[in-house]
Write a protein that binds this ligand. Structure first.
Ligand code: CP
Length: 315
């Protein structure tokens, strides 16, 4: 693995999940990253991604540098040939090249603006680092994808599924803010690579990018989709069709015990942070079917497996 910017960078998902699960069993330090430095740049807030990736790097023996790039760094210009006579002080060409002198791996989080779909789909921040860094680049959640979260989600399903092929449902839930499609995009993509029956359910107007869902069934009746589900991934996203818009905050889509009762005693997943009693009811989050804490715990080992692969590849 050279970079980890999308799920396409995984050569063999089953093997990578196995490695993450083995690393979880060991939960101990290793030497593969000794003398190497991970630099993490956050253009947006984070709790899990920041701390689990830092822990993962340290478990591999790496040094870690973290920067809140939106607050502490120079405003970056990403356009080639730009006349930089406005508020952008530094070009990505220099920034990425300089960081590549200090770091052996650069990891970047940059959310979408949710105003201009074409611009967001160009993922200019991540693409800029990929283009101009001379060291491997890791996606800590970009405008369109969150592959570290998706690997964690796949690992969690792998840990908890039984012998039979599970039915996995991704359900939209309400939220007062317009949220990106990155997490549901990557969840759909990773589940499509696994031996599961995947169904997506959301209100009309909230269908994800059809280039992502492909032939995965998209059902607009939540109750119908939830029937016999073994895993339910609850998540809000803003409209893709009416890009970035909130079309509904209908609490009828909130995931509560009544919805849980429609399933096959499903394990309930969410990437966190979650708005209680808006997205998922207390009774579910505090109940025995919720696996959100185990899921968040797995972030460390998924990140560790990815960083280890990159380090081994760059020896
Ligand atoms: N799930 C996730 O990426 O959490 P953070 O935004 O806290 O990193």
């Amino acid at each position: 693995m050279k970079n980890y910017t999308s799920l396409e960078d995984i050569e063999n998902l089953e093997e990578l999940i196995f490695e993450a699960r083995e690393l979880k069993k060991q939960n101990s330090a290793a030497e593969v990253g000794k003398g190497k430095t991970l630099g993490m740049l956050f253009f947006n807030p984070s709790l899990r991604t920041r701390l689990s990736t830092e822990k993962a790097a340290k478990l591999l023996g790496m040094e870690v540098m973290v920067m809140n790039a939106d607050k502490d760094g120079w405003a970056l210009e990403f356009e080639d040939g730009a006349v930089m006579n406005s508020n952008k002080a530094e070009h990505i060409k220099e920034a990425a090249a300089v960081l590549s002198q200090y770091c052996d791996i650069i990891a970047v989080r940059a959310f979408p603006g949710l105003v201009d779909r074409e611009k967001d789909e160009a993922d200019v921040v991540l693409a800029g680092f990929e283009k101009y860094a001379t060291v491997p680049v890791v996606n800590l959640e970009s405008a369109t994808g969150h592959p570290l979260q998706a690997l964690t989600d796949a690992m969690t399903v792998s840990e908890l599924k039984g012998e039979k092929k599970p039915k996995v449902v991704l359900t939209w839930a309400p939220h007062p803010r317009a949220l990106p499609q990155a997490v549901p995009n990557s969840f759909v993509e990773v589940m499509q690579k696994m031996d599961v029956d995947l169904v997506v359910t959301n209100p009309e107007g909230y269908d994800l990018n059809p280039a992502i869902t492909k032939d995965t069934p998209v059902v607009h009746e939540q109750a119908e989709a939830l029937k016999d589900a073994d895993f339910v991934y609850v998540k809000n996203w803003s409209s893709y069709e009416q890009y970035g818009k909130i079309l509904s905050e209908d609490p009828v889509w909130t995931f509560d015990n009544k919805k849980l009762g429609l399933t096959n005693a499903a394990k309930i997943m969410h990437c966190l942070p979650v708005r209680r009693n808006v997205v998922i009811a207390d009774e579910v989050l505090d109940g025995k079917n919720s696996v959100v804490i185990q899921q968040a715990g797995n972030r460390t080992f998924a990140a560790q497996a990815v960083l280890k692969r990159i380090l081994e590849n760059s020896k």
